[in-house]
Design a protein around this ligand. Structure first.
Ligand code: SF4
Length: 79
C-alpha cells in the first residue's frame, strides 16, 4: 500500500463527534499510537489539538479530508 492510498474516511480509527446542538461534526484520529501523534504534533509545532482531523460541513457526516494527514500513524508504519 502507498501512503497516498491511506484515507481517513475508510479508516476505523477515524471518529466523528458532534457536540450537542451543533450542526458540524469534529473528526479525530483515535489510532492506538497516540504517543506518536502527540510527539509529532509537538515536534512540528502543530497548534490544533492532537489527533484533530478537521470540522465537517454542516449536517454532513463526511470526513473533511481526501486522504490522511502527514502525521497519520499508519503512514509511519509504512516507513
Ligand atoms: S490519521 Fe491515519 S490512522 Fe488516523 S484516522 Fe486518519 S487514516 Fe486512520
Amino acid at each position: 500500500m502507498k501512503k497516498s492510498d491511506i484515507k481517513c474516511s475508510e479508516c476505523d480509527f477515524c471518529k466523528e463527534f458532534r457536540p450537542w446542538n451543533n450542526t458540524r461534526s469534529n473528526f479525530y484520529c483515535e489510532h492506538p499510537n497516540q504517543d506518536y501523534i502527540n510527539k509529532y504534533f509537538k515536534e512540528h509545532k502543530i497548534r490544533s489539538s492532537e489527533g484533530f482531523l478537521g470540522y465537517g460541513k454542516a449536517w454532513s457526516h463526511d470526513v473533511p479530508l481526501k486522504t490522511s494527514p502527514e502525521w497519520c500513524p499508519k503512514k509511519a508504519e509504512l516507513n
